[in-house]
Design a protein around this ligand. Structure first.
Ligand SMILES: Nc1ncnc2c1ncn2[C@@H]1O[C@H](COP(=O)(O)OP(=O)(O)O)[C@@H](O)[C@H]1O
Ligand SMILES: [Mg+2]
Length: 234
């Protein structure tokens, strides 16, 4: 597994979204929102439901194009890349964890974790060996040959975190990763996610509305009505 160097906290941001605007019809989801993350840093994006957290994450990760504003990642401007270039960058540099796993239901948990490697051109054997390593690390080996529909929510999320980490991304975007879990499973997923990110030097953009989850972050950004401000922990 490759590692990335962790810069000091005053280093240049690895990812910097500046003054983003995004409207859906008359709804102004983002109204001058900004977000920056340095290498290896975990930033919690907090705010009430509907405040624009997911939209900010989608724009920062190059999933969605903002109406205005800039998103710079490692010297590149994401908003001017083609769709193909952006999806290639997402596949190689970023990992994603969503609230409900969003695993491929037809594939086993093992195959789900191996999938990002297979899409990157790795052969089945080494990809599945790597997936097995993650299943063991996250203590979900017994889910290996089951489909996501046949394992618990907690196991599903651990598999989803493993899938996000398998390509050793430099930034992990997690949108309410514990939102569907009880507190015990939520804590476990957060511990595994933050530990694995620390081990590999990955940064995390962690969207949550739970203070207990945000406590895993180095820093908080608060979103309210599509605007961001720095949280109390900064
Ligand atoms: N695809 C969409 N179409 C229309 N409105 C949307 C869409 N996505 C988000 N919105 C609206 O934008 C606002 C911010 O949404 P969102 O970013 O999902 O907030 P949060 O993640 O904080 O709950 C909300 O008013 C929401 O209804
Ligand atoms: Mg959301």
């Amino acid at each position: 597994m490759s590692t990335h160097t962790t810069d000091s906290l005053d280093a240049e941001p690895l990812l910097q979204a500046t003054e983003l605007f995004k409207a859906f019809g008359l709804t102004e989801a983002l109204d001058r929102a900004s977000l920056s993350v340095t290498a290896g840093e975990t930033v919690a994006v907090m705010g009430p439901s509907g405040s624009g957290k997911s939209t900010l994450l989608h724009c920062a990760a190059g999933i969605m194009k903002p109406d205005a504003g800039s998103v710079r990642y490692d010297g590149r401007e994401l908003t001017t890349l083609s769709d193909g270039e952006r999806s290639e960058l997402r596949r190689t540099e970023f990992g994603f964890v969503f609230q409900f796993g969003q695993l491929v239901p037809e594939l086993t948990c093992l195959e789900n974790i191996a999938l990002p490697l297979r899409l990157g051109g790795m052969r089945r054997k080494p990809a599945e060996a790597e997936a097995e390593h993650w299943l063991a690390t996250f203590d979900v080996t017994d889910a290996a040959h089951k489909r996501p529909g046949d394992v618990s929510g907690g196991q599903t999320q651990r598999v989803a975190v493993a899938r996000a980490l398998v390509t050793t991304p430099r930034v992990i975007f997690a949108d309410e990763p514990t939102g569907a879990l009880d507190s015990l499973n939520g804590e476990l997923v957060m511990r595994l996610l933050t530990q694995a990110a620390r081990d590999s030097g990955a940064a995390i953009v962690l969207v949550t509305h739970e203070a207990r989850v945000a406590a895993y972050a180095d820093r908080e950004v608060i979103v309210r009505d599509g605007r961001t401000k720095t949280g109390v922990l900064a």
